[in-house]
Design a protein around this ligand. Structure first.
Ligand code: FEO
Length: 174
C-alpha cells in the first residue's frame, strides 16, 4: 500500500474515532438534560463513527498496510442547547467531508483505483452525515426556547432504531 495513503488513512481512523468521542460527549450532555431521545439518536451516531473507523482499519490491513492508532483528543463537555449541539455536529461533519475529499484527491493523484472505489462509499455517506444534522437544525429553529417543541423532537429522535454493527464495519438496520 502506498505509504502516503497508509498514513492518511491511519489519520482518518483517528478522526472517525474522535467523531465517536465527540458525539458521546453530546450523549452525556443530552442525558444530563433528561433528553433521552436526543441522547439515543446521538448514541447511534457515535456507534456509526466506530464502524467508519473499522472500515478504514480493515481496509488498511487488507491492502497489506499497518494500522497505527494515535491518541484521541478530549471532546468538549459543555453545550448550551440542542441547537448548539447540532450546529457543532454539522460543523464537524463538514470537516470530515473535507478530509474524505482530500483522501479521494490523493487516491486520484497516485492512481490508486482500489482506494478510489473504497472511498466512494464514504463520499456518499458524507452527504447523509451532513444532511442529518442539517435537517434537525432546520426543525430546531422553530422550537428555540419552546420546551414543548423540544420534547416533541426528543420523542421523534428517540425513535431512531439501534442498528446492528458487524466487526467489519458493516451496519445492518438503523
Ligand atoms: Fe464518519 Fe460522521 O463521519
Amino acid at each position: 500500500m502506498d505509504k502516503k495513503m497508509e498514513k492518511a488513512m491511519n489519520e482518518q481512523i483517528t478522526k472517525e474515532l474522535y467523531s465517536s468521542y465527540l458525539y458521546l460527549g453530546m450523549v452525556a450532555y443530552f442525558e444530563a438534560e433528561n433528553l433521552g431521545g436526543f441522547a439515543q439518536w446521538m448514541k447511534i451516531q457515535a456507534a456509526e463513527e466506530i464502524s467508519h473507523a473499522m472500515k478504514f482499519f480493515n481496509y488498511i490491513n487488507e491492502r497489506g498496510g499497518t494500522v497505527i492508532l494515535e491518541a484521541i483528543d478530549k471532546p468538549p463537555a459543555k453545550y448550551v442547547s440542542p441547537e448548539d449541539v447540532f450546529k457543532k455536529t454539522l460543523e464537524h461533519e463538514k470537516f470530515v467531508t473535507a478530509s474524505i475529499n482530500d483522501l479521494y484527491t490523493l487516491a486520484k493523484e497516485i492512481n490508486d483505483n482500489a482506494s478510489l472505489i473504497f472511498l466512494e462509499w464514504f463520499v456518499t455517506e458524507q452527504v447523509e452525515e451532513e444532511k442529518n444534522p442539517s435537517d434537525i437544525l432546520g426543525k430546531l429553529k422553530y422550537v428555540v426556547n419552546q420546551p414543548a417543541g423540544i420534547l416533541m423532537m426528543d420523542k421523534e429522535l428517540g425513535a431512531r432504531a439501534l442498528p446492528v454493527f458487524q466487526p467489519n464495519g458493516e451496519i445492518a438496520g438503523g
